[in-house]
Write a protein that binds this ligand. Structure first.
Ligand code: ZN
Length: 99
């Protein structure tokens, strides 16, 4: 009986696909954990980080979500747009949803 066939002592030469996959899952899990346990100020910080909408007509950033009130708005919402209204010049326009 010989011991020539013993296990190689080299460390694992390459990372396997399953390893990087489980690492990815771990990252997702920790992200989900951070979201569940986010402090109260995290939400407003996240909102503040979003790019500010500006009115395409007057350039003001005093823009608020407009209430949906019609077929067009509902179609736009289904397509991923949100109705906005500029409070400075009353222009209504649509913006892409964030996230
Ligand atoms: Zn405007």
């Amino acid at each position: 009986m010989t011991t020539e066939q013993s296990r190689p002592v080299h460390a694992r030469p390459v990372r396997t696909a399953s390893e990087s996959r489980s690492e990815e899952l771990a990252q997702q899990a920790s992200a989900a954990y951070a979201e569940r346990h986010a402090p109260p100020w995290a939400e407003s910080a996240r909102l503040a980080a979003e790019p500010k909408l500006t009115c395409p007509r007057c350039g003001q950033d005093d823009v608020r979500l407009s209430r949906s009130r019609g077929l067009l708005d509902r179609l736009a919402a289904a397509a991923g747009f949100k109705p906005q209204r500029c409070r400075a010049c009353r222009t209504r326009f649509f913006s892409m949803k964030h996230g």
